[in-house]
Design a protein around this ligand. Structure first.
Ligand code: SDX
Length: 427
């Protein structure tokens, strides 16, 4: 691998250092490009641009590889639990039993959300989309936890992390309770993190609640699979907002908003709506494959394609297997699973998809499991946010510890050259 890159521009030659990552990825360091050449690079969507160096997640889009802190996603999903893998993603090592117990104990210190937060959620209509409510509530947490804004040392950073892990789960489930008109539940410090998700979501004051261990196990795995994914749209948002030294809650609130989009985390909801529309329209998956390939038709096969994976998303493989197991365990025979499998089988041999390397991504099957677990479609992207929380925290922490500069991309101006002001009577 060459140690430098030579750029010939405007009759001059310039040499830039090449940075090589621990998995032999190469980057041309253009830190001095504008100072030396007067030119910048242009890369809409940043397909070819790295924003940072990171030790957290490695993914190889061509090979369909995903690792958190060097551990294969297949191993982590199979052998770990969500809080354990959250610790790994955030702090960099698999925790000992003592460390994991302490982490859970410290999170439990902050699982009570200020009662006044209920006044904020009361202000929303029941019809409000849960992602909009979640983004607002997450930002509002700053008002009740001002110390989370300026984390100046390890102790303050750790407290902010535990507060975020403890409170975000509660307010995420409050968005569902609001939508259903149910009273808001409290975190129960005597049961586990994912068990708490289930009771926060579904426990009613009219009777006892016991979560189904099959469901808890499936959700635990799904949250692990969503925990981090390097510099995706929402994580890059969390980093750039945090780079201005906005607090952790404000940065994650921005990440929730970015994740909401149907091209990103909102795709899991869009996949279910697409499958239900196909089913309602007679279940003719071939008709919708044709629509997805028709340049004049804005319809896209949601849950297919990826900015980085040009191979099967490894998470999709694991989720597809889990979907089969969960539906069998729960005795659910969901006709849209058949439609999903027909679309997948057709796309995997169709030249349009194969030539464009469009494979099922993490969102293609997750919605089918969520639906089988009784999670309403509008909540699917909230589920993604709960899973992605440790990744957002880890990336924000890395950016702050590395003292990265405030994010401020340049642009190429294509508007009018200088022109004189025109008085109203002459316009
Ligand atoms: C996530 O970045 C991450 O890591 C994200 C994520 C994470 O964990 O954080 O993995 C989570 O966001 C997964 C992606 C979820 N989104 C969807 O499933 C929405 C449907 N997918 C597409 O919108 C699209 O594939 C994107 C947005 C995901 C990726 O878009 P790209 O890489 O910019 O691809 P493109 O738009 O340049 O498309 C290339 C070609 C085009 O056709 P041509 O112009 O070459 O003829 O592929 C076509 C596109 O029209 N294409 C599709 C398609 N996706 C791309 N055609 C039909 N159906 C699709 N889904």
């Amino acid at each position: 691998m060459s140690k430098t890159a030579i750029l010939e521009f405007d009759g001059n030659k310039y040499e830039f250092p090449v940075i090589v990552g621990s998995e032999n990825e190469a980057a041309i360091d253009i830190d001095k490009l504008r100072a030396l050449t007067g030119a910048i690079t242009l890369d809409p969507g940043y397909k070819n641009s790295g924003s940072c160096k990171s030790d957290i997640t490695f993914l190889d889009g061509e090979e369909g590889i995903l690792r958190y802190r060097g551990y294969a996603i297949e191993d982590l999903a199979e052998k770990g639990n969500f809080l354990e893998i959250s610790y790994l993603v955030i702090f960099g090592e698999l925790p000992t039993k003592t460390q994991l117990t302490q982490f859970e104990t410290d999170i439990r210190k902050y699982t009570l959300v200020n009662e006044e937060m209920k006044n904020i959620i009361d202000g929303f209509p029941k019809t409000a989309h849960p992602m909009g409510v979640l983004s607002a509530l997450t930002s509002a947490l700053t008002a009740f936890n001002p110390k989370v804004v300026n984390v100046e040392n390890d102790a303050e950073m750790y407290e902010a992390i535990c507060k975020t892990m403890g409170k975000f789960l509660v307010i995420a489930t409050w968005t569902y309770r609001k939508m259903m008109g149910y009273p808001l539940n409290y975190y129960d410090n005597t049961i586990g993190y994912v068990e708490n998700f289930m009771q926060l979501m579904f426990k009613l004051p009219t009777g006892p609640y016991a979560s189904n261990p099959v469901v808890v196990d499936a959700l635990d795995k799904l949250f692990i699979l969503h925990a981090d994914h390097e510099q995706n749209c929402s994580t890059s948002t969390v980093r750039i907002v945090g780079s201005s030294h906005a607090g952790l809650f404000a940065s994650i609130s921005a990440g929730v908003s970015a994740l909401w989009g149907p091209l990103h985390g909102g795709a899991n909801q869009a996949v279910l709506e697409m499958l239900e529309a196909i089913q309602k329209d007679g279940g003719d998956s071939a008709k919708y494959m044709a629509k997805a390939k028709d340049k004049d038709d804005p319809f896209r096969l949601m849950g297919f394609g990826h900015r980085v994976y040009k191979n099967f998303d490894p998470r999709a493989r694991i989720i597809k297997k889990a979907a089969d197991e969960v539906l069998k365990n729960l005795g659910v025979d969901d006709p849209i699973l058949r439609i999903a499998k027909e679309l997948e089988e057709a796309a995997l041999v169709d030249d349009y998809f194969v030539s464009r390397k469009l494979y099922p991504n993490v969102d293609f099957y997750s919605g089918i499991i969520y639906r089988a677990l009784g999670i309403p479609t509008d909540m699917f992207t909230v589920m993604f946010a709960i899973g992605r929380l440790p990744g957002w925290i880890a990336q924000w922490k890395e950016m702050r510890i590395n003292k990265e500069p405030i994010g401020r991309p340049r642009q190429i101006y294509t508007g009018y050259p200088l022109r004189d002001f025109v008085s109203m009577d002459k316009r």
